[in-house]
Design a protein. Sequence first.
Length: 149
Amino acid sequence: MVALRWLLMAFALLVVPTVVPDGASYAQTRTDEVKVVYHLNEGIDQAARAMNNIRNHLGADPKAKIQVVTHGRGIDFLLKGARKPNGASFTNDIEELATRGIEFKVCRNTLETREIDASNVVPDGRIVASGVAEVARLQAKEGYVYLRP
């Protein structure tokens, strides 16, 4: 009798999906792609680290969906002519990662506060109203995991 009870409980766990906050079943979320938001707001050194982290991330999980959201000094590498600490341009890295599906987002509030014209943002940079609001939205509404290099 005890063995039958355990068998029925195990069957129920397999058949009845576990509900997660967004209403999807646990089984559905396990098979979905990993979604990650990299949050940058410190400047060029952090951006250089992030580019390496993202390449490594894609090497381990090529199907990961990654968005890079910037504000404050974090936008600096997404401005035309930006250079890495070693003097090399960020342009090739940004273009290469964008072709691999990485999205780069720039805070409009930062551009306005720093009086930077939007035309100075690299072509692969997409302007959003607020960097911090975008990070929060991606986490709360779209299930992105937060990373800060």
